[in-house]
Design a protein around this ligand. Structure first.
Ligand code: LMR
Length: 340
């Protein structure tokens, strides 16, 4: 029988069990288990990359490490997973950048600001540069280590009515991730933001608890949200991506050679992730189109300008919360200029 590493032994026991699952006691010759929990479907950029990391980590460590991937909030939901990581009940997560505010690290919310990234290249200048490292450093005293940034894509808006102009959002209950910037953005449109965990969104849209949402095409398609949303607008108004994080105590006590091999696997999985994300989203949008359930609206230049004018004030409005220095560092890295 395989001797399993204590941290990995507690599948299904939840947070109560986590208190006794502190790392550091890998029996010699035992398998090191990494539980990797996430909230999206396996058939998404993040879901596929998690599987790729598992494959590479197990291969490169020659089976010394076993990665158990739990997709679709099967192990922990949004609200629980960061706490589970800090307690050591799970070793690896890849929450969206919008969800780090819950840890008290508000700087991450800069990455949620509307229209701050025109494309993936601009985003990579930030996540791959000094700001990305600076954001990771803010996690260390929370017992968390940042390993990589993984792409998803740009958010689009959905509802059961056409969303063409800012005024169309007025009074709509719009689901958001638990991000103050996303809340301010919906309020700037006159909508009523409703923060909610990802696993509850489909049902909330279906039952009418909320009227609409913002997400990437790959998340919308794989959760079948388009089946309960008659209209999508390709606003691309904000970015949704991830930070892959680990329990720092667990990571630090790994044998050096194993940690190096896992870093190598993570680098390869990250390259894979960031290569497939744009295509996964384009394919998902094409499948939504084919499904015929949903009208897809491409804004005209004029409509896009109206949305930009309505949403850019959120940058200044949120500067005190996020920290103007972080926002300025992003502007500097991307060349973004605030025109209002
Ligand atoms: C959401 O809650 O909409 C996203 O953060 C889900 C995800 O992990 O992509």
């Amino acid at each position: 029988m395989k001797v399993r590493y204590l941290v990995g032994c507690l599948a299904g026991l939840g947070l109560a069990a986590a208190a006794v699952s502190m790392p550091g006691e890998a029996p010699s010759g035992g398998t090191i288990v990494i539980k990797f929990s996430h909230v999206v479907a396996p058939d998404t950029p993040k879901g596929k990359a998690a599987e790729k990391f598992k494959e590479l980590a197990e291969q490169i460590t020659g089976g010394a490490v076993e990665v158990q991937v739990y997709p679709n909030s099967a192990l922990y939901k949004d609200k629980e997973e960061l706490e589970a990581l800090q307690l050591g009940a799970v070793q690896m997560l890849a929450p969206s950048l919008a969800k780090f505010g819950a840890l008290g690290v508000k700087e991450y919310e800069a990455l949620d600001l509307p229209y701050i990234f025109p494309d993936y290249d601009a985003l990579h200048k930030v996540t791959g540069g000094e700001v990305g490292q600076r954001l990771f450093a803010t996690l260390e005293d929370k017992g968390i280590k940042g390993l990589a940034y993984w792409d998803n894509g740009f958010k689009i808006m959905s509802a059961n009515k056409a969303l063409t102009h800012p005024a169309d959002y007025r009074g709509l209950k719009m689901r958001i991730q638990a991000s103050k910037v996303s809340a301010a953005q919906m309020e700037a449109l006159g909508a009523l933001p409703q923060a909610m965990g990802f696993s509850d969104v489909y049902q909330a849209l279906q039952s009418g608890l909320v009227d609409g949402a913002e997400n990437t095409p790959s998340n919308i398609y794989t959760q079948k949200m388009h089946e309960v949303q008659g209209n999508l607008t390709i606003t691309n108004h904000g970015y949704l991506g991830y930070a892959v994080i680990v329990n720092k105590a667990f990571w630090d006590q790994l044998p050096d050679d194993i940690r190096d091999q896992l870093e190598q696997a993570m680098k390869l999985a990250t390259d894979f992730e960031n290569q497939i994300a744009a295509k996964e989203n384009a394919d998902a949008l094409a499948k939504i189109r084919e499904a015929g359930t949903t009208k897809i609206h491409e804004p005209t230049e004029e409509e896009r300008s109206e949305m930009i004018a309505a949403l850019l004030p959120v940058h200044k409005q949120m500067a005190a919360l996020i920290g103007q220095d972080t926002i300025d560092a992003i502007y500097q890295a991307t060349g973004f200029q605030l025109t209002q």
